[in-house]
Design a protein around this ligand. Structure first.
Ligand code: PPS
Length: 571
């Protein structure tokens, strides 16, 4: 079982001639523009990474995978790979019809014969696959708030691989890796899955894992989609390249996997194992809390720390890939070397730096010792993630019309400009509606679009090291959360709830709009005839009744200071 058969896995691509013909005829087909996650899924479907799947799951296979982790054929498959689309798109299709699947530039990648169309029970999918119907889980959040309402299923005809312009030489299909292993004579290969930069402990543990399994090592990082907030893959790959030099020559290979992770813990571990099996590996490293999604909305872990290892072990034989335990490695000061945590000589001093502590040190520009990480890795991380006081960030005010958002936002802007150092942009509700969103009204759809536009501009400002101050009403919690996720990829997101009550806003009625709303002359008016989701955990909540504007802005400044975004001296 530990020596895989390295003959090719089936791919879904057609010949070059057929693909040219399909491309020429595709103009007549209805097109679906794939989302970034669907592009990742399609790539692995087409290149055999998701073997034995031959397309997006049919309804019967979906039900079977959700309930039993198996396809209707009986084959083990833990993750529903589904093509989600909008109701409007699904409505016009007929079963049996071929559709073109295109990337975001409109390039055709595949066609699919639609054999199935159904509206899934997403709450059930969340419970069964991810363990809880809780939006704190990134994949459950995606399921409810990003994925379309309808699923389509059917076989895929592959035309071409998605184009990647980055790290081309480091990307391999399953068959390319299999051919490589055949060529260099590697019969036993341990794969290491990762979505984080590698530090010395990882290098030690992967090296040991390979030695114990008497195998070669494949560093197989995910560069498709990982957990929101992770270090971007460009930085990570530069870090991995630096670490590769530290392994003994010709023992280790690195290849990038364009997988969209779901952070589904135990089911994900089994899925990862099957994918690595398809890539020609004989062993797979599974650690504590493999592909863990973080805490649920009650602050508890979604899965037990060893659930992933247990589930993997149960299916190891059937999968034909052996699990290698991930040893927690710690640095022993007296011996100046790494040991597995359970083999530390008695009385010796253990040094360790947790992930949270590492992020703090990076954020504050503090020293990171050489025993912990390689200097090349640290300098890469510092280059992309300068200290927080030098990064861009977004302050996002939300509250009723007339609550005082714009006034406080203006005061904050002036104070930040007085401090200097970073450019400041104010995206006030009224300014945005005049310049960016002049065609929009106040329906839920239009408000969401307005907020997504503000979020997009703010994320660009944040990415480029500036300060964005936004001050729309932003009444919907899910939209605010989506904007937070977009921005947190680049810097901090500071939500400020201006908690002036609706009664007080109406009493002030600065623009006379509440009167008109009461008279029914303005429809869908927030707080009067339209909803407002009160933020549950904003970074700051300011009360404005009987409090000076200056004081409100100061509360925000203090928060920015406590988050390390501005220096305390300047307040
Ligand atoms: S949203 O919901 O975030 O897209 O709204 P926003 O872009 O901040 O726009 C709010 C301003 O538009 C005026 N206005 C209304 N507000 C709420 N509901 C309705 N129906 C409405 N119609 C017009 C109002 O003056 C808001 O200004 P602010 O600055 O919040 O007082």
């Amino acid at each position: 079982m530990s020596q895989p058969n390295l003959t090719p896995v089936p791919e879904l691509y057609v010949s070059y001639e057929s693909s040219q013909k399909l491309k020429a005829e595709a103009g007549d087909l209805v097109s679906h523009d794939l989302s970034p996650r669907q592009i990742c899924d399609l790539e692995l479907l087409m290149n055999g990474g998701f073997n034995p799947l031959t397309g997006f799951l049919s309804e019967a296979d979906y039900d079977s995978v959700v309930d039993t982790m198996r396809l209707t054929s009986g084959a083990l498959w833990p993750m529903p790979i589904t093509l989600d689309v909008s109701e409007a798109f699904a409505e016009d299709l007929e079963l049996g019809q071929d559709i073109a699947l295109r990337d975001q530039e409109g390039v055709i990648l595949a066609t699919m014969t639609v054999t199935d169309r159904w509206t899934p029970d997403k709450a059930r999918e969340a419970e069964m696959v991810f363990g809880a119907d809780d939006d704190a889980h990134p994949a459950v959040n995606y399921l409810h708030n990003t994925a379309g309402k309808v699923y389509l299923g059917g076989p895929i005809t592959g035309i071409q691989q998605p184009v990647h312009y980055d790290f081309r030489a480091r990307r391999d299909t399953p068959n390319e890796l299999r051919a490589y292993f055949r060529k260099v004579g590697w019969r036993r290969v341990v794969a290491f899955q990762t979505r984080n930069p590698l530090h010395r402990a990882h290098q030690e543990l992967t090296f040991r894992a390979a030695r114990e399994a008497q195998a070669n090592l494949l560093i197989h990082p995910v560069v498709g989609m990982t957990k929101p907030g992770d270090v971007d893959h460009f930085t990570r790959v530069r870090c991995y390249e630096a670490v590769l030099d530290k392994y003994p020559a010709a023992t280790t290979h690195m290849s990038l996997l364009n997988l969209a992770m779901r952070m589904a813990g135990p089911r994900e571990a089994v899925w990862h194992g099957l994918i690595r099996k398809n890539h020609g590996c004989s062993h797979f490293i599974v650690g504590r809390d493999h592909a863990g999604p973080g805490k649920n909305s009650k602050g508890e872990d979604f899965y037990g720390p060893y659930d992933a290892q247990d589930l993997f072990k149960q299916h190891e034989e059937e999968m034909g890939i052996e699990m290698v335990d991930f040893k927690h490695m710690v640095y022993v000061q007296e011996k100046a070397q790494y040991y597995p945590a359970n083999e530390v000589p008695e009385g010796d001093t253990i040094l360790d730096i947790s992930g949270t502590e590492l992020r703090r040190r990076l954020a504050e520009g503090l020293e990171i010792p050489e025993w912990f990480s390689f200097p090349e890795v640290v300098s890469e991380l510092r280059r992309t993630r300068p200290a927080r006081s030098k990064q861009g960030f977004t302050v996002f005010f939300t509250g009723f019309s007339g609550s005082g958002k714009s006034t406080i936002a203006n005061a904050l802007m002036v104070k930040l400009m007085e401090m200097g150092g970073r450019p400041v942009t104010l995206l006030d509700g009224d300014i945005v509606r005049k310049n960016l969103s002049s065609e929009l009204g106040f329906s839920k759809e239009h408000r969401d679009l307005n907020i997504r536009r503000i979020g997009y501009v703010a994320s660009e400002i944040t990415k480029n090291g500036g300060i964005a101050i936004c001050a729309p009403i932003a009444p919907y919690g899910t939209t605010r959360r989506a904007v937070r996720e977009d921005i947190e990829a680049f810097g901090a997101f500071v939500e400020v709830h201006v908690a002036t009550s609706i009664e007080e806003c109406e009493r002030r009625d600065r623009k006379g709009l509440y009167k008109l709303a009461r008279e029914g002359k303005i429809k869908e008016f927030t707080g009067i005839s339209d909803p407002y989701d009160v933020p549950e955990n904003p970074e700051v909540r300011v009360e404005t009744e009987n409090v000076e504007v200056d004081n409100c802005a100061h509360q925000v400044l203090l928060k920015l200071e406590s988050m390390g975004l501005i220096s305390g001296k300047s307040i």
